[in-house]
Write a protein that binds this ligand. Sequence first.
Ligand code: TYD
Length: 145
Amino acid sequence: MLQEKCSILDKCKIVNFPKITDLRGNLSFIEENRQIPFEIKRVYYLYDVPSGATRGGHAHKSLEQIVIALSGSFDVVLDDGSERRKVFLNRPHYGLYIPPGVWRELENFSSNSVALSLVSQLYDETDYIRDYETFKRLIKNGAWK
Ligand code: TYD
């Protein structure tokens, strides 16, 4: 029997946030442990990204993350060391959940885009894997199995 290979990328999911439509303008909200599966320890955002720039370029050992295109649009390239999947984000009422152990790159930012990240940990450089070869070795050794 053919066994389908399971990838950590299958754990990356689009999360829909509530959207209250109103003639005065729409409203969405995000509640910790409700719309997202972790406690929000930190929020950061990318903005004024020049055309053609790439952000990210790392994986995390244990941090969980939701990325939202609060304004404009961009691509998130997800990579498990052997396969790459591209997710286009362009609406503020949904986000992309990224678990630990996934290499990510953010690219193709539209002008005036804002990439909001909600994450499960305070900033800690020791949680980052910034070298792709090291990431591939950790994946191969089953670091996130
Ligand atoms: P970096 O991880 O390269 O940004 P990205 O992966 O989103 O493109 O971070 C750029 C710099 O900002 C780096 O020196 C670390 C610092 N930084 C903080 O001090 N706190 C934070 O919460 C984040 C996300 C980055």
